[in-house]
Write a protein that binds this ligand. Structure first.
Ligand code: ZN
Length: 274
């Protein structure tokens, strides 16, 4: 079993590189993170400039805590607290204006998928957030197809039994236009979403309850503002060099650079080894 925190969230491991030169830096990092709500344990390796955090916080919040010590921190990867690689993926979102973001998918347990990230450049407020069927951005976000819906059900909210599998509800942007979120979901699996796309919409998703003709189809959340292909990621506990791109899906090596590839343009299943 994956460890759970008191609030029912599943703990995951985040690995950061942090500029540290001496033991006082290590002490400062320990002092800042230990005792913070949502942080279960902290391991600091001065020689590797590495900080490993077991947490239920969004990675952006842990990064902000680390940087509050006056040091730069870079997230290198995330993994299940079970120290097993059950699958990981990442989507780099780009869109109109200055909208951009990074969203990570991590299979925490065979049942439960973590979707977490930060998107900047949004209007403050709620924005519909969905996995779409295709990883095809040839016509910007409009070639991504509909919400990922292999079960042929109606649109709904993430807590509903009757929903599209791609329905992740809303994310909320603050007054500065930043949305930081951490979602745990049992309908989506990492191996189902690789090669598809992630889209953030202009307006609020009514979760199927709005009474509009689009409520049961899209949640009536308006235009598609930004999108990105969901690419397989090395995660934390797998040697990226062992990953090949021979299946034609986009792969993102988080410790290095993106490796070009194509998203799904049809309903092909992911390779069996995922
Ligand atoms: Zn939907």
């Amino acid at each position: 079993m994956a460890s759970k925190s008191g609030d029912g969230r599943t703990v995951c491991a985040l690995e950061f590189t942090v500029q540290m030169t001496c033991q006082s830096c290590v002490d400062a990092v320990h002092k800042t993170l230990q005792g913070a709500a949502g942080v279960q344990s902290v391991e600091v390796q001065l020689e590797n400039q590495m900080v490993l955090v077991q947490t239920t916080l969004p990675s952006q919040e842990v990064q902000a805590l680390l940087e509050s010590t006056g040091r730069q921190a870079v997230l290198k990867g995330m993994g299940s607290s079970q120290l097993k690689n059950l699958g990981a993926a990442v989507a780099i979102l780009e869109g109109q204006g200055n909208i951009q973001g990074v969203v990570r998918f991590l299979q925490l347990t065979p049942e439960r998928c973590l979707i977490e990230g930060t998107i900047d450049g949004l209007e403050p407020g709620l924005h519909g957030f969905h996995v779409h069927q295709y990883g095809d951005l040839t016509k910007d976000c409009y070639s991504c197809g509909d919400h990922y819906n292999p079960d042929g059900t109606s649109h709904g909210g993430p807590q509903d039994t009757d929903r599209h599998r791609g329905d992740l509800g809303n994310i909320q942007a603050d007054d500065g236009g930043r949305a930081t979120f951490r979602i745990e979901d049992e309908k989506l699996k990492v191996w189902d979403v690789i090669g598809r796309s992630l889209v953030v919409d202009e307006g609020e998703d009514d979760l199927g309850q709005g009474g509009h003709t689009l409520s049961k189809i899209t949640g009536n959340s308006g235009k598609r503002l930004a999108c990105g292909i969901i690419a397989r990621s090395a995660g934390l506990f797998q040697n990226p060099k062992q990953i090949c791109s021979c299946d034609g899906l986009t792969i993102w090596e988080e410790r290095g650079r993106p490796i070009a590839g194509q998203g799904r343009k049809d309903s092909a299943q992911p390779p069996a080894h995922l």
